[in-house]
Ligand binder design. Sequence first.
Ligand SMILES: Cc1cc2nc3c(=O)[nH]c(=O)nc-3n(C[C@H](O)[C@H](O)[C@H](O)COP(=O)(O)OP(=O)(O)OC[C@H]3O[C@@H](n4cnc5c(N)ncnc54)[C@H](O)[C@@H]3O)c2cc1C
Length: 220
Amino acid sequence: MLLDLTPRQVVQVAGGRLPTSYQRALSGFRYGAGSVKLDLALDGPIPWNAADCRRAGTVHVGPTLADISAAEAAVARGEAPELPYVLVGQQSLFDPTRAPPGKHTVWAYCHVPHGSSVDMTDRILAQIERFAPGFRGRVLACHAMAPRDLQAYNENYVGGDIAGGSSGGLQLFFRPTRSLTPYTTPARGIYICSSSTPPGGGVHGMCGYHAARAALKRLA
Ligand SMILES: Cc1cc2nc3c(=O)[nH]c(=O)nc-3n(C[C@H](O)[C@H](O)[C@H](O)COP(=O)(O)OP(=O)(O)OC[C@H]3O[C@@H](n4cnc5c(N)ncnc54)[C@H](O)[C@@H]3O)c2cc1C
């Protein structure tokens, strides 16, 4: 059994088969910042000032490294940033099946403190508007997901953390526990293959690859 789950659900699903000491180690796992995500329907593409942004699949709205650092430092202090670092996905620019002709869909998200309930809708829209004047006028509909909504959508997003746990400190390398065989558990036949294992969050597939190899090695 390969569990694509973070430690909290691993304990819920398989706790009865895991030794108490391992469950205790899993309970020391730290979750990271939350996210707020907007799904938008637009009357046209985002009118970015920068021509390159008008033909990019993803736009990272900092705009500078210093701005990104300031926004993420605020989140680390437990504050919802006034000027959030916003990631924008504008898939309908390249995939016409996403929206009717002339219309567009976009999602945008920013980090907030773990479990935050601050409404970031206006701050995210304002941040895009700063670099794309006229953007707000193109918004036909907006659906917002706060950390609790993200967690309800996918239980792995604990407190709105979409990266399977904090990558701070030693957890960057050792996750979900301090082990050289992080994909295996003490229970025979139970493995963890989620982004709570190395190398962490992202759509790279490497957590699953390494977990599968660990399982095959045990079976050999
Ligand atoms: C809006 C957004 C944008 C992102 N953008 C990027 C990006 O640009 N690049 C990038 O690399 N990464 C991005 N990510 C992060 C990336 O999607 C995740 O890090 C990655 O999907 C995590 O993979 P996973 O296998 O750990 O878990 P998931 O992909 O979350 O899969 C876990 C599955 O298990 C299910 N599940 C959870 N709990 C239970 C339970 N108790 N019982 C049964 N099923 C359960 C879930 O419903 C889900 O289907 C983004 C994430 C989000 C939300």
